[in-house]
Design a binder for this molecule. Sequence first.
Ligand code: ZN
Length: 332
Amino acid sequence: MAFLSGCDLAQVYRRAKADGYALIANNFAEPNVLLGILAAYEGAKSDLLLQVSMGAAKFAGGGKPLPGLRALVRYVQALAAEVRIGVFVNLDHVTPDHVGDFIRPALAEGLCASVMIDASALPFEENVAATKRVVELARPYGALVEGELGKIKGVEDEIASDEAFYTDPDEAAEYVERTGVDLLAISVGTQHGVSTGRDLTLRTDLARAIDARLREEGMERPLVLHGASGLSAEQVRALVAAGVCKVNKDTTYQYVYARAAADFFRANRAAILPPEGTTFDPITFEPSGRDWKPDKKLFDPREVGKVVQAAIRAVAAEMIDQVGSGGKSLYA
Ligand SMILES: [Zn+2]
């Protein structure tokens, strides 16, 4: 199945909302995470939502976000053509100052099925105005727009917030009505970054109240949970039952990547690092001191890459189970 559009993604969310499951929105910035995730989703027959933050695009583009996004998306497109699941890309956390240089060209070039405009740091009226402009911009391309109301504590990419502000259900209804957003990111106590679910005052009741309020007004929307790394399976399931349809995961993959690589290099230290008192020239391959050679079978970056991919695949599969999207692909 090829890389798909916003109209197709809207169908996936409709089915998810009706059947009570959610999609994990999987952040990635490089191939090992992408390949691990893709393998997990293909294996589980779940549709796959990938997301790219501007920081990730900038990383992939050697400092240039738009070329980086193009490169990542083309990689995804080529692989998506080989699997029987729907594959979608969302632009994660784009601030209003990058509508012109990032969102607009990404939409025009068909690089995403949806985009998140994050104007949540602005006062309510300005958030409404900035979000509405992106909704109008995205409509002709059939792309979905996610807006955010309330503030999520922590640091995400280049956006930082010291305090959490819970989303108010009445404000949520007004915001959805006035902006026309397709998805609503709410703040119910989760945090961006490393925080464990035990330390949070998680307001599942508030998610339920927002969902109920939107339904009452005939404006039911998939709710989005940011800062979801660190939550227990029970917490995720409770939030999905309360109307959350998109659960963002970035930090979990970052840690699993680093941990798998750290364990691999620690276990294979002697095959890569010369013994104490010996140096090894990477160009001439001349050792000084003792005769020593590294082991190419272990230092080839594909070796650690395979280990990272397997670890990412395993954790991605576990999170598919938490949100219940396995076996639900509309395209399998
Ligand atoms: Zn976020």
